[in-house]
Design a protein around this ligand. Structure first.
Ligand code: SF4
Length: 557
């Protein structure tokens, strides 16, 4: 048993193996090479390998990739398909109306469809070849600070080999302290380290509350001669049914190679109905006649879920602090109207790399030096792109007809709209009490139909995500007050966690002997989507990182 905590010093540590950090690490090494510098750079990823936790809508605007690796096609970038046409539909319960015009943000023709899991694996190899030390299977457990408690000096990775009570077992390995002059946080939406460092340093002070959506996504294997072999477009987006016009969200279907499609459904977490189950909405979307015809005779081969930060420019935290930079979805960098995050995340990482290298070269990792990153962001195409969507998610959250009025006004004014900035309530504050109000009855068609092949239930979905957690480890989901769950939350909101979790982690049971209600947790099912940390109306759930290497193991989504 090892009990001494190891320390390793780096110049720059990237936290997260998504496109933002990978592009940042590659850019850093490229720039360093041009200047004859040899910085020590590390990248830690909590998944068992790079790409294992990479799940995203995957139409890629290649603008950032072209800047980073101009010959990316020749270098073997894994491309599933090129978008040859966009189709945008409004769905009613049994009809689909194709819109004659696709909003300009969603013109994807010529862009690439990618599997984010495969793309990040490829980027990871390039980063490694450039000399980045990649540590997969290491979760970040805490942020390290200098004695002043303000300057970030690195991250501590999680301990391995604790039992359920947190007691070291025979194979115990303490986490490692990775010290860095600059730490770049890019864990994606609602990252646990980002959350803690933002709280401590007040990074969100004066910013608007973040807005989130949860997406459920699958890869479906189709037979030969499927819809996309003859269709005009291979990039399909929908809105309307099953959510209707009140709750933000919609579906997408993208062609992949080898007769596969990526299909997904996003639900805005500012929804009001506590009976809403995003997973059930996804199944209803799949059973819509338009969608069912596209995926007919298919078989789900992989599934996953993830939240996305869609709040936009006004919700971005301060991007630089002493010793730290914040990139990608962790910093709410997202093209929300265009439903794309990969290229903007990559660009943010690349700009952060310039600042990180300047700090390393000068020996001054202060916030002042690192402010080069937000300055460069303001001057780049990235600012122009995300600024146009600055009020978009907030408009989507409004009720009809205000929603359409705001969206229309934003469309013709480059995002300014009628009110700028447009206010929004935090997603954890929008639920209405169950049983009150005309619109809050459980939906009549709430029971989805599963066949175990093309329409799979939550637990089968967990199986198809290849999610694994050690059973005998401390629970990584902290429910601060379980009494509140079985009394106040159950009585007021009918336990929404039992529905909003796409992995059936939360179950409300009644003890047969005592008749008392109990909250049962199945943390080993967890897909790391963070929905519970965001949507719980009492902020009673905190998601923390389990042991490194655990969670989903995506390979194609
Ligand atoms: Fe997502 Fe939370 Fe459920 Fe895990 S427990 S799958 S993070 S909602």
């Amino acid at each position: 048993m090892t009990s001494v905590r190891e320390q390793i010093d780096f110049d720059v540590v990237f936290v997260g193996g998504g496109p933002a950090c990978l592009a940042g690490a590659i850019r850093l090494m490229q720039l360093a090479g041009e200047r004859g510098l040899t910085p020590e750079v590390a990248l830690v990823e909590k998944g068992a390998e790079i790409g294992a936790h990479a799940l995203s809508g995957a139409v890629l605007n290649p603008i950032a990739l072209q800047e980073l690796i101009p010959d990316y096609i020749a270098q073997g970038c894994p491309i599933e398909a090129t978008v040859r046409g966009d189709e945008f539909y409004f769905l009613t319960r049994d009809k689909a109306y194709r819109l004659p015009l696709v909003p300009r943000y969603m013109h994807n023709t010529g862009f690439q469809i990618v599997s984010l899991a495969r793309l990040t694996r490829w980027l990871g190899k390039i980063a490694e070849e450039l000399g980045v030390n990649i540590f997969p299977g290491f979760s970040g457990s805490q942020v390290l600070y200098a004695d002043d408690g303000r300057r970030v000096t690195g991250v501590r990775t999680g301990d391995q080999g604790l039992d359920k009570n947190g007691t070291p077992k025979g194979n115990f390995e303490p986490g490692i302290d990775l010290h860095a002059r600059v730490t770049v946080f890019g864990e994606g939406a609602r990252g646990s380290l980002m959350k803690s460092v933002a709280d401590r340093l007040g990074l969100a002070a004066g910013k608007m509350p973040q807005v989130y959506e949860t997406g459920i996504k699958e890869v479906i294997q189709l037979p030969e001669g499927h819809y996309f072999t003859t269709s005009e477009g291979n990039d399909i987006h929908t809105f309307g049914y099953p959510l209707g016009m009140k709750t933000p969200g919609g579906g997408f279907i993208y062609e992949m190679q080898d007769n596969r499609v990526a299909i997904g459904f996003l639900v805005g977490l500012g929804y009001e109905n506590p009976f809403l189950d995003p997973y059930a909405e996804f199944i209803k979307f799949k059973r819509h006649p338009l969608v069912a015809a596209i995926i007919r005779d298919g078989k789900v081969i992989e599934q996953g879920a993830r939240s996305v930060s869609t709040g936009g420019y006004y919700t971005m935290p301060r991007l630089a602090a002493d010793g730290a930079l914040f990139v990608g979805g962790a910093a709410a960098i997202q093209n929300t109207p265009g439903l794309k995050g990969i290229h903007v995340s990559m660009k943010s990482g690349m700009l952060a790399a310039e600042a990180a290298l300047a700090a390393v070269a000068s020996g001054d990792p202060s916030a002042q030096t690192l402010a080069l990153y937000p300055r460069r962001l303001e001057e780049s195409w990235l600012k122009a792109e995300i600024y146009e969507g600055r009020n978009f998610a907030q408009a989507l959250a409004k009720k009809m007809p205000a929603k359409l009025i705001h969206l229309g006004a934003q469309y013709v004014t480059g995002g300014r709209g009628l009110i700028d900035p447009l206010q929004h309530r935090e997603d954890c504050r929008t639920l209405k009490p169950a049983g009150k109000g005309q619109t809050l009855k459980p939906q009549a068609d709430a029971k989805p139909l599963y066949d175990g092949v093309l329409y799979v239930d939550k637990l089968t979905g967990v199986y198809l995500s290849k999610t694994l957690h050690r059973e005998d480890e401390p629970c990584h989901l902290i429910v601060h007050d379980t009494r509140l769950c079985v009394t106040t939350c159950y009585e007021t909101y009918a336990s929404p966690c039992t529905r909003f979790c796409p992995a059936q982690v939360y179950e409300m049971e009644t003890d047969e002997k005592t008749g008392r209600r109990l909250l049962k947790l199945n943390p080993s099912n967890c897909l790391h989507c963070k929905t519970c940390d965001i949507k719980d109306p009492y902020r009673n759930i905190t998601w923390t990182c389990p042991e490194g290497g655990e969670g989903p193991s995506y390979s194609t989504v």
